[in-house]
Design a binder for this molecule. Structure first.
Ligand code: GLC
Length: 557
């Protein structure tokens, strides 16, 4: 048995976006006690690890990804006692908590930044402050140190008149990038990891962690600058330092990697390097970005999707790395609306996607509501959106020459809020999410797409997810098998791969063929003679054809 593959590959992670999961106190915002009240639901689904998005003290300019105190709970979400109760109750159900560590930047409300602003040089050295020209003024600060763009739009530098310095913010202006070249910063971050381990937490997710090492000398070129600091010059050294000092080598960890490469991800996750257990990469979620631009729409390019899955599945296996498997998170619009047809084939689209990824080599992640087939928002006006990136780009898209109507259509397809509408627990007016007024609108289709309805239906999207999770635990070929993509499908909308485990225990699958039709048309199926259906999203299936959005896995024992 391959122990590492067994350990990582037999687990399934569930992501809770705390604001939108379950509100226990009627203020319209999800909270920790709300999560505790739903642990039985999660146990029934079958998940192992619960990733909770940041609930630390934060002004909430980026919904908690702007942390002002890494060791205290944001009052909106509860108290430390609530957290301890959640951890205790989760453990009692065999669920481990995974905390979301936002270590590339802090909120400008963090004490370190506040001290830096007050002129304390010791804390200025925690951030990326750069001197402005001697004659710079608030009205006329001159050129920023680089032309790098913030991920949320606009230049990535902010001028501070009282210091006559710029500081770097790769995200919002209230999210100041830390200086990881400073060993004291690395020690501080490790200390935060030790603090949470003291509370019994052992799994961690690291937000945009491949951005922490910036290049020397502040280079600029004709690009947005990301190639200078993604997988930056000292990234492996700094990760190793954090993992070693923080005492998390060999733990269940995941790094969110922005604009990364296969080669880097092999290094991040090969255990010989003592960095992370696995990575999130986003290449496959850009196959509908026209010209690589998130804010220009096109239909998903399935050929490219297949090529990327193959490259990452086979490449990570060859290099001894480990992938996370996912279609959605709190930064992505709901994938069934994006890669499927939720008007005509809602059930098939919502089950095709997890069939494709859950049976791959890696660790699957489910984003809350995905297991119900929740769709993108039904918002009709920009005022219904809350996200800072969405509002910035709604303006920028119009500045680039699109009409307000076009800008809305683009934002509606791409906004992070399209995945952040509340979890639909039942068909009541507030979907069982809150007794108050929800902080963001609830999709009207929750009367149909909700947990209570689906849990009572053996042929629901929920039941299908439950089946996929159980399969990963029952069949070693899924958790530990080799992976090989089927070639020669370029002119088809089919993504297909083999999983193989020669030494599978008696009675278990040794080979499995997964085939997924990413189209609304019927297409020929691959031959799978003598095989038995392991899982599939059509009740009646025909060995010779794949129906629209049909997915099936056939196995040989
Ligand atoms: C990550 C988070 C995202 C956040 C950003 C800055 O990409 O997933 O929600 O806005 O980092 O922290």
């Amino acid at each position: 048995m391959n122990t590492r593959a067994h350990e990582l590959g037999s687990k399934v992670v569930y992501q809770v976006y705390v604001r939108s999961f379950c509100d226990s106190d009627g203020d319209g915002i999800g909270d920790l006690r709300g999560i505790t009240s739903k642990l039985d639901y999660l146990r029934q689904l079958g998940i192992d690890v619960l990733w909770i998005t940041p609930f630390f003290v934060s002004p909430q300019n980026d919904n908690g990804y702007d942390v002002a105190d890494y060791r205290a709970i944001e009052p909106l979400f509860g108290t430390m006692t609530d957290f301890e109760e959640l951890a205790h109750e989760a453990r009692a159900r065999g669920i481990e908590l995974m905390l979301d560590m936002v270590f590339n930047h802090t909120s400008t409300q963090h004490e370190w930044f506040q001290r830096a602003l007050a002129g304390d040089k010791h804390y200025q050295a925690y951030y990326k402050f750069v001197d402005a020209a001697p004659d710079a003024t608030a009205d006329n600060p001159g050129e920023p140190p680089t032309n790098w763009e913030s991920k949320f739009g606009g230049n990535a530098w902010e001028y501070v008149p009282s210091l006559n310095k710029w500081y770097l913010h790769l995200f919002h202006v209230t999210q100041a990038d830390l200086d990881w070249d400073n060993p004291e910063v690395r020690e501080q971050m490790a200390d935060i990891l030790r603090f949470w381990q003291g509370k019994g937490v052992s799994c961690f997710r690291f937000d945009v962690v491949n951005l922490i090492s910036k290049p020397d000398g502040w280079p600029s070129d004709e690009t947005d600058g990301k190639h200078f600091y993604s997988d930056g010059p000292h990234i492996h050294e700094y990760l190793q330092d954090m993992v070693h000092l923080g005492g998390i080598d060999g733990h269940f960890t995941v790094g969110e990697m922005s604009a990364t490469s296969l080669e880097s991800c092999v290094r991040y996750t090969n255990p010989a390097n003592h960095e992370l257990a696995m990575v999130f990469n986003f290449h496959h979620l850009k196959v509908d970005y026209l010209g690589g631009d998130k804010w220009e729409l096109m239909e998903p390019d399935i050929c490219e999707l297949r090529r990327l899955f193959r490259t990452w599945q086979e490449g990570m296996a060859a290099g001894g790395g480990w992938n996370s498997l996912f279609w959605s998170n709190h930064d992505q619009p709901r994938p069934n609306s994006r890669f499927g047809d939720t008007e005509r084939f809602w059930y098939e689209s919502s089950t095709l996607l997890p069939t494709a990824t859950h049976l791959m080599r890696g660790t699957p992640y489910i984003f809350q509501g995905e297991e119900l087939g929740q769709t993108i928002s039904d918002f009709t006006s920009i005022d219904q959106y809350r996200d800072v990136e969405t509002h910035n780009y709604y303006r920028i898209i119009q500045e680039r020459g699109h009409s307000a109507q076009e800008a809305f259509e683009i934002v509606h397809a791409r906004s992070r809020d399209d995945g952040r509408t509340p979890m639909a627990w039942d068909d009541s007016p507030t979907a069982g999410f809150t007794a108050g007024t929800p902080w963001i609108g609830i999709n009207a289709n929750h009367v149909r797409i909700n947990a209570a309805t689906e849990m009572a239906d053996p042929r629901s999207v929920w039941a299908y997810y439950q089946q996929l999770i159980a399969l990963r635990k029952a069949e070693p070929v899924v958790s530990e098998g080799d992976v090989r993509f089927v070639e020669g499908l370029e002119s088809t909308p089919v993504i297909a791969y083999w999983r193989e485990l020669d030494d599978a225990p008696a009675g278990k699958a040794r080979r499995m063929l997964v085939q997924c039709n990413f189209s609304g048309q019927e297409v020929p199926a691959l031959k799978a003679e003598g095989g038995e259906l392991l899982v599939g999203n059509r009740e009646a299936w025909d060995a010779a054809t794949l129906a629209p959005y049909e997915a099936r896995a056939i196995c040989w024992r």
